[in-house]
Design a binder for this molecule. Structure first.
Ligand SMILES: [Zn+2]
Length: 146
């Protein structure tokens, strides 16, 4: 674990296409498949990540609306010293939900939630896609590939 990490990435697997009300974004369509979310926590990174892994919580961040849903599985969590937006862009994928997790993004990322596709493609998904696969075990809950 990187002691000075302030950026984290959550790789998510969405088991079926869904429509979810996400705070001020309204109802958004979420395709099934692999996603990567990039966030930052300058302090209390462990607590933030533990929160993302809990189903039950007050819905505060955009991501809470997804991680509260039983159709969304957190497959892996990684920590980085790289700035949040830089990491987000390097994760590749495509913007499906504009503005998601990017309320205070000044770098023009478009979204801090990126869709990697129904099956991860290391070429289009970039480094996050390359890190995703059936060799990875989720931190909790069932493995999406079994
Ligand atoms: Zn950004």
């Amino acid at each position: 674990m990187q002691e000075d990490a302030t950026t984290y990435c959550l790789t998510l697997f969405v088991t079926e296409a869904m429509r979810v009300a996400v705070g001020r974004l309204g109802v958004v369509a979420i395709p099934a498949g692999w996603w990567v979310y990039t966030g930052s926590a300058r302090r209390n990174m462990d607590a933030r990540i533990a929160r993302h892994l809990r189903r039950e919580k007050p819905q505060r961040w955009h991501l809470d609306y997804l991680t509260s849903d039983s159709r969304v599985i957190v497959v892996s969590v990684t920590r980085h010293t790289e700035p949040e937006c830089q990491r987000n862009r390097r994760n590749g994928g495509v913007v499906v939900v504009p503005g998601f997790g990017a309320s205070d993004c000044a770098a023009g990322c478009g979204s801090h939630l990126r869709w990697l596709g129904a099956t991860p493609d290391p070429i289009t998904a970039g480094s996050a896609g390359a890190a995703v696969g059936c060799s990875l075990y989720p931190l909790e809950r069932g493995h999406p590939c079994t």
